[in-house]
Design a protein around this ligand. Structure first.
Ligand code: ZN
Ligand code: ZN
Length: 444
């Protein structure tokens, strides 16, 4: 009954429109049905359906009419960030949380990692903690732009995915060395250079096996170790961007925090620390200030199963407790304070917030992976990124260099002799590719 009531005015409207526009009234009902469907057909088309012009859907929706689209529900502006869909303005910075969690892995939160993009095209990664490389990949940025990493310290939750970015990035289009900046320590063995020299050694089998197969230029680490004691000392200055470091107090001597200055903006990334006077001084007035904010002590005991002694020692003395995070932010008064380094769940967020609010009442983001901040002079817009889990590497920005196949390290005769005869099975693959791409490749 309802359907008839809706249909009746449509027929009347059609007659009026047809009469006014001078159309003949002799067209058949089938003609009218086709006309009514024509504008909406592209929307109704499903994957796999024919694209053929003039093909009609089997059946029209019940409320189709001749005056507009089928559905009265219109698309609205959405308030999320879709990677690879927004250009940055010349006076704009974008920060994306690619890891906000802990050394203990969990699907919801990778460990510390922050991608800062500037309006001049520069991009910087601060920390690359365990699990974060896949978050970075989800942003669909060509790997040639992801060649600068700054490490706050050498805990695995702050550099544990460096190998994934190093090797995976080279494989997917970073045609130059990965540049890494990190602090020295009290002894050379605790410094960044030692750690990354040995990481490179640990990857000997991996890297040797890649020789002669793909573009070789990305498989190099370019490490700059700077003095962890530097007080707001410049460690990077290129293309109008200055990055400084100052010490943090955490576990052993060595950890640092970073200040980025560009185009009148000030961004601060704080590594793990007990609240310290240098952060209070050098982070003052930042446009955006990130500082660790550890799991609240009761949650450490109840949910993380720490003993009360360990929870107090780790949660208040090695790290920054939420109450102390608030105190720091009250001193530096940033345009936006960003807290990280806690498991952010439905039953932990409120207590973190309440504890911070005992000491701080300014702008605050309790971060989670894929949170996005767009920073301009006038506003700081906070959203979440919605990412595509089926992401593939974006196209490389340069043509790949052909590898020198003579560099390939051969198998031993024993291992090589174990190959099953697949020549007939694989030859069609060679034929297919040689035909399509005009190559003349032959099987080994
Ligand atoms: Zn740490
Ligand atoms: Zn940490």
């Amino acid at each position: 009954m309802a359907r008839i009531e809706r249909a009746a005015p449509n027929v009347l409207l059609f007659l009026i429109v047809a009469a006014v526009s001078g159309q003949t009234l002799s067209c058949t009902p089938a003609d009218r049905e086709r006309e009514s469907q024509a504008p909406a057909e592209p929307k109704a088309k499903q994957a796999g359906e024919s694209n053929q012009v003039g093909k009609q859907p089997d059946r029209a929706p019940a409320d189709a009419d001749a005056t507009g689209p089928y559905s009265p529900v219109k698309a609205r502006a959405r308030d999320f960030y879709a990677p690879n869909s927004e250009d940055l303005g010349p006076d704009e910075m974008r920060l994306i949380a690619c890891g906000t969690g802990m050394p203990t892995a969990r699907p919801k939160q990778a460990a510390s990692c922050w991608l800062l993009e500037l309006g001049n095209g520069d991009k910087f990664i601060f920390d690359i903690g365990t699990g974060s490389a896949e978050r970075v990949a989800a942003l669909q940025i060509p790997y040639n732009y992801l060649d600068k990493v700054f490490l706050s310290h050498l805990h695995t939750d702050h550099f544990g995915d460096l190998d994934a970015l190093f090797v995976g990035g080279a494989l997917a289009g970073r045609q130059k060395p990965l540049r890494v900046w990190g602090p020295s320590a009290e002894t050379p063995e605790r410094g960044t250079k030692y750690a990354l020299d040995h990481l490179r050694k640990a990857l000997t089998w991996d890297l040797d096996g890649r020789q002669g197969l793909t573009d070789p230029r990305g498989y190099h680490l370019d490490v700059t170790e700077f003095d962890y004691m530097g007080m707001n000392a410049v460690i990077y200055q290129e293309n109008g961007v200055t990055i400084r470091s100052f010490p943090a107090i955490h576990s052993l001597d060595g950890p640092v925090s970073f200040v980025v200055e560009w185009n009148g903006f000030k961004f601060v990334f704080g590594g793990d620390t007990y609240p310290n006077k240098w952060y209070a001084k050098y982070a003052k007035g930042a446009d955006l200030a990130i500082h660790e904010c550890f799991i609240a002590v009761p949650n450490l005991i109840e949910k993380f199963k720490f003993t009360p002694q360990s929870a107090l020692a780790v949660g208040t003395q090695i790290h920054t407790a939420p109450e102390a995070f608030g105190k720091v932010m009250s001193i530096i008064k940033p345009r936006m304070a960003v807290a990280y380094h806690f498991f952010k769940d439905f039953d932990t967020t409120a207590s973190i917030n309440d504890r911070i609010r005992t000491t701080y009442d300014g702008p605050l983001s309790l971060s989670i992976d894929y949170m996005v901040w767009n920073i301009t002079r006038d506003e700081i817009r906070v959203r979440m990124a919605i990412v595509d889990e089926d992401v593939w590497p974006p196209p490389a920005t340069e043509k790949p260099q052909l590898p020198d196949q003579s560099k390939r390290i051969p198998y031993s005769p024993e291992i090589s002799g174990g190959k099953l005869d697949m020549k007939k099975v694989l030859q069609p693959v060679y034929d297919e590719i040689n035909k399509q791409y005009g190559t003349q490749e032959k099987q080994e």
